[in-house]
Design a protein around this ligand. Structure first.
Ligand SMILES: [Zn+2]
Length: 87
C-alpha cells in the first residue's frame, strides 16, 4: 500500500488519488516544433529513481499535488499543493 500525505487531508491510501503522470515542462506553444511537441505529449522519462509526478486527490480535497516519489522503492519524499507553488 502506498500512503500519500496530502497537505490538506493528512495520510491517505493512494487509491484515493488519481495518478496523472510524471511532470515535464510544457514547451512554448508559439515557438515549439512539431517534434518537440510530440516528445512533450508522448515521450516519458520513466526514471528508475526520483521522479516528480502530478497526482489529483479525487476522494479528498480535490486538489492537484506534485509528489516526488522514488519509482524503485515507492518512497515519497515530498508532497506539495500545485496551487500553493503558483503563489
Ligand atoms: Zn487532500
Amino acid at each position: 500500500m502506498l500512503v500519500i500525505v496530502c497537505p490538506h487531508c493528512g495520510p491517505r491510501n493512494s487509491n484515493e488519488f488519481s495518478f496523472l503522470g510524471e511532470r515535464s515542462s510544457r514547451p512554448a506553444v508559439a515557438t515549439t516544433t512539431p517534434d518537440e511537441w510530440r516528445r512533450y505529449l508522448y515521450t516519458k522519462d520513466n526514471a528508475a529513481g526520483s521522479q516528480l509526478e502530478r497526482w489529483f486527490h479525487v476522494s479528498g480535497c480535490r486538489r492537484f499535488l506534485d509528489v516526488e516519489r522514488d519509482t524503485v522503492t515507492n518512497e515519497i519524499r515530498s508532497v506539495r499543493d500545485v496551487a500553493e507553488d503558483a503563489r
